[in-house]
Ligand binder design. Structure first.
Ligand code: SF4
Length: 226
C-alpha cells in the first residue's frame, strides 16, 4: 500500500477527539477540496510502499489501542479490507476517516467517520470544478455507509450560509441520527479556528448538532504529523 505517513497523536476531530491514536495516512484522493489540509496526500504515489505486515508492525510501535486510517481518501484503496482485518486481529479500535464517496461492505471498522463535502469545498481552479462537483457527494453511498456501520457525520462549516445545505444533505441521506452529526469550523490555522468557532457554535445550537473540535489545529496549528 502507498503510505503517506504513520504517526502517533491525539484524535483531533469527532466524538473521539482527545483520544491518543496512531494515524495511518494512505496516499491518494480523487477530490480536490479547496481548503484541504492534506494536499500532500492527494497523489496516489505520495509516500512510500509498505506491505500490510509492515504497516501493522509500525502501528505496534506505540502501545495504543486506537488506530485512525485516513488520507487522502482511504476508501479508494483496494487493500483496505485486508489492512483493517489485520489490525482488528491485534485488537485495535479502528476509525476510518472518509469523505463518504465509496462504499465497501463488511469492513471490520469500529467507527466510520464520514465528512461529506459541501459546495464550500469547490476548488477555485476552473479545471478542477467539474472533477469535484461530479464526485464529492453520492447520497446512495452515504446512506449505505450509515446503514451498515457505526458512524459519525462531520460537516465542515465555513459560513452560516452552509447550514441549509447541511440540513438538506442529512435529509436527503435519510435515517440520520442527529446525535451523530457535528459541525466543524473550516480552519487551516489556530487563528482561523478561534475566529470561526463562535459562529459555528451558534449554528450547532440552532440546528441541534454537536460542535466538532479540531484539536490538531487548536493545539499544533495544523503542523504536519499532528
Ligand atoms: S476529501 Fe479530504 S483528502 Fe480529499 S481533497 Fe477533500 S479534504 Fe482533502
Amino acid at each position: 500500500m502507498r503510505v503517506n505517513e504513520i504517526f502517533y497523536s491525539l484524535q483531533g476531530e469527532g466524538f473521539l477527539a482527545g483520544t491518543p491514536s496512531v494515524f495511518v495516512r494512505l496516499a491518494g484522493c480523487p477530490l480536490r477540496c479547496k481548503w484541504c489540509d492534506t494536499k500532500y496526500a492527494w497523489d496516489k504515489k505520495a509516500g512510500t510502499h509498505y506491505s500490510i505486515a509492515k504497516i501493522v508492525r509500525t502501528v505496534q510501535r506505540w502501545p495504543c489501542k486506537f488506530v485512525v486510517i485516513t488520507g487522502g481518501e482511504p476508501m479508494i484503496n483496494l487493500h483496505l479490507p485486508e489492512l483493517v482485518q489485520k489490525l482488528k486481529a491485534i485488537d485495535k479500535h479502528i476509525t476510518i476517516e472518509t469523505a463518504g464517496i465509496v462504499f465497501i461492505p463488511d469492513l471490520a471498522c469500529d467507527l466510520m467517520s464520514i465528512s461529506p463535502k459541501l459546495s464550500n469545498s469547490t476548488p477555485a481552479e476552473p479545471e478542477l470544478v467539474a472533477v469535484q462537483e461530479n464526485s464529492r457527494l453520492d447520497i446512495a453511498v452515504l446512506r449505505n455507509l450509515i446503514d451498515n456501520y457505526k458512524y459519525q457525520l462531520k460537516f465542515v462549516a465555513d459560513s452560516q450560509a452552509d447550514l441549509p445545505e447541511i440540513q438538506q444533505t442529512t435529509e436527503k441521506i435519510g435515517n440520520v441520527d442527529t446525535d451523530k452529526v457535528m459541525l466543524m469550523p473550516q480552519a487551516g490555522t489556530r487563528d482561523e479556528l478561534l475566529a470561526k468557532s463562535p459562529m459555528v457554535a451558534d449554528m450547532c445550537k440552532s440546528a441541534g448538532f454537536a460542535f466538532g473540535q479540531r484539536l490538531q489545529v487548536l493545539l499544533w496549528d495544523n503542523e504536519r504529523g499532528t
